[in-house]
Design a protein around this ligand. Structure first.
Ligand code: DAT
Ligand code: MG
Length: 136
């Protein structure tokens, strides 16, 4: 199967009207949309999605943020989709993210960094299963 990754336009990105911008960039790059859904996460889904960060000091705040409004969940596919989207998103800290990346162009604060992208093929499979169980 073609490589797939989970992309989220986080609540800050949706609130700021950046959904179209992110989808335009995905399509321009050549990544194909496989699934899309606007939804507000439950605490349970958010805590599972960010489970690797459970012990970090910012975990509570991160869960509040990601459940704080609707987000757009996307599955996209294409060659090396995980790596391709991570490169488009830029560094986690938007101040360090290169101009031309989504975070580099549109964000300033680490928590409010507009998008999520799976960090490995294993994470992508797990996250796609969490958000879109009918796809896996
Ligand atoms: P990424 O989203 O680039 O994969 P990550 O998995 O390390 O980054 O962290 C998940 C999210 O948690 C990140 O997008 C924003 C938030 N975050 C990470 N480090 C943080 C920090 N030091 N303070 C506040 N929020 C942080
Ligand atoms: Mg991550």
């Amino acid at each position: 199967m073609t490589d797939r990754t989970l992309v989220l336009v986080k609540p800050d990105g949706v609130a700021r009207g950046l959904v179209g911008e992110v989808i335009s960039r995905l399509e321009a790059k050549g990544l194909r949309l496989v699934a899309a859904e606007l939804r507000t996460l439950t605490r349970e889904v958010a805590e599972t999605h960010y489970g690797e960060h459970r012990e970090r000091p910012f975990f509570g705040s991160l869960v509040e943020f990601i459940t704080g409004g609707p987000l757009l969940a996307l599955v996209v596919e294409g060659p090396r989709a995980v790596e391709a989207f991570r490169a488009m998103a830029g560094a986690t800290d938007p101040v360090k993210a290169a101009p031309g990346t989504i975070r580099g162009d549109f964000a300033l604060e680490v928590q409010n960094n507009i998008v999520h992208g799976s960090d490995s093929d294993e994470s992508a499979a797990r996250e796609i299963g969490l958000f879109f169980p009918d796809l896996s």
